[in-house]
Design a protein around this ligand. Structure first.
Ligand SMILES: Nc1nc(=O)c2c([nH]1)NC[C@@H]1CN(c3ccc(C(=O)N[C@@H](CCC(=O)O)C(=O)O)cc3)C=[N+]21
Length: 285
């Protein structure tokens, strides 16, 4: 089995993005990313800090907006309206999850589709499902780049997606369908999941269930992408990240991504890529 090194791929992609940013800056456009974080959800703090650090490495300006946990929806919508109108801001990311008093769907609807670097606005979702461009969600985009590093021809391959979320399962299924894979989307109510996974050439595990996919679910020669990240404390009291697959049992797979060091770093690199795309599109007017 070849481990797919998401950290190295993300570093290479970020270097290419930095070159694109330098060219844009030469044309008088500094790509800008606004990151909105509400409350103090610990993992969100970690992710947002990483996004801002990586943006800086690529030369992208970032604008961090931190709002208290009890912020109401109207205040958040007002901030989004300001960011939509701000010419220095090409990308807007509202970190999820949002506190319960805020309706996430209404917030995502309010982001200008051209600045929706998460690809969660219904216009971008529609564009993805019709194959007519638009901004594509970062984690699914990262999954496809990781797959592209080992697969040339997707036509007719069986792809099994585990998880039907709007942020990973559904969009990654659309991207695999676009490549003419035979796509099966499975979820919590799916019966006979191990058998379904055993028929897969490509497995994308995005269920958020630690070590759900065991070695004997995976057929020899398949490619496994692990999107799950669960924080666990081991018997020695040490915090660790666990994916949705038992990576140590995947020796017979063709290739697989580890957690950490797989999809996570690519998600951030793709956020930067989307921000540069948005800035280029805005520059063309
Ligand atoms: N609006 C929005 N857009 C997102 O894209 C979004 C979000 N909300 N909410 C949360 C999820 C999660 N997510 C991750 C990004 C990077 C890593 C990452 O870099 N992971 C490292 C390890 C990180 C660590 O050490 O904790 C790795 O897998 O190697 C993980 C998870 C983006 N998300």
């Amino acid at each position: 089995m070849t481990p797919i090194d998401g950290r190295a791929m993300a570093r290479a992609l970020t270097d290419r993005i930095a070159a694109d940013v330098a060219a844009l800056v030469g044309d008088g456009i500094r790509p800008g990313l606004a990151v909105v974080l509400i409350g103090n959800h610990a993992p969100s703090e970690v992710y947002v800090a990483r996004k801002i650090a990586e943006a800086a490495r690529a030369g992208i300006a970032s604008f961090e907006h931190r709002l208290p946990a009890d912020t109401d929806e109207a205040a958040l919508l007002a901030l989004i309206a300001r960011l939509n109108a701000d010419r220095a801001v090409h990308g807007i990311l509202v970190q999820l999850p949002l506190p319960p008093q805020i309706d996430a769907a209404r917030v995502l609807d309010a982001i200008a589709p051209a600045k929706d670097v998460d690809g969660f606005h219904p216009v971008n979702v529609g564009r993805l499902s019709t194959g007519t461009g638009g901004l594509v969600p970062c984690t699914p985009l990262g999954c496809m780049m990781l797959l592209d590093s080992v697969i040339d021809d997707y036509r007719g391959l069986n792809a099994v997606v585990i998880g039907k979320s709007n942020i990973v399962g559904k969009p990654v299924a659309m991207l695999l369908l676009e490549r003419e894979c035979t796509v099966t989307v499975t979820h919590i109510a799916t019966r006979g999941l191990p058998e379904i996974v055993r028929a897969a050439d490509i497995v994308v595990a995005a269920a958020g269930a630690p070590r759900l996919v065991r070695g004997d679910w995976v057929r020899p020669g398949s490619v496994v992408i692990d999107v799950g990240i669960t924080r666990v404390t081991d018997t020695a009291g040490k915090a660790r990240l666990v994916g949705d697959t038992a990576f140590d049992e995947l020796g017979h797979a063709r290739a697989a991504t580890p957690v950490p060091g797989g999809v996570g770093p690519m998600t951030i690199a793709c956020l930067l890529a989307n921000t540069v795309r948005a800035a280029e599109a805005a520059g063309r007017g």
